[in-house]
Write a new protein. Structure first.
Length: 141
């Protein structure tokens, strides 16, 4: 169910032997992501429930369940920026209906994130997934 971009990340994670290498890879993914303009870092785009500051800006083409879902994101923490990049790879380009069908817990579990993130980071990741699902549900109608 995951996108090709997410599958590529999952394959890279399988290739990397230890968590420190994976952690560095997550940070590199975040560094490669385009920055979210300051003007969009507002309360309406801020994700509550994250220890770091996180903003997600939806970019949706079309209407209804077949609308194409995309978003931009930003965080003040490098590891969280990387997690946003992973979520972008997981969801970007899917229809709103497909976003709602993704089992984010299972897909992210393939990366081993659950065992290696602090409880605060895990809670923040869940909050980001919930925001994305909410945006997709609103779009799908």
């Amino acid at each position: 169910m995951a996108s090709a971009a997410f599958e590529e990340i999952a394959e890279t994670f399988e290739f990397l032997d230890d968590w420190e290498d994976r952690y560095r890879h997550v940070i590199e993914l975040g560094k490669a992501m385009p920055a979210l303009e300051e003007a969009f870092r507002v309360p309406a785009t801020k994700v509550e429930g994250c220890a770091s500051q996180v903003w997600l800006l939806p970019r949706i083409e079309g209407q209804g369940p077949d609308a194409r879902f995309d978003f931009q994101g930003e965080s003040d923490a490098m590891i969280v920026r990387g997690l946003i990049a992973i979520l972008h790879a997981l969801y970007s380009g899917l229809t709103a209906r497909a976003v709602l069908a993704v089992d984010a817990g299972a897909e992210l579990g393939r990366l081993g994130l659950n065992e290696h993130l602090s409880s605060q980071r895990s809670n923040g990741l869940r909050a980001m997934v919930e925001r994305i699902r909410k945006l997709a549900a609103e779009t799908a109608g």
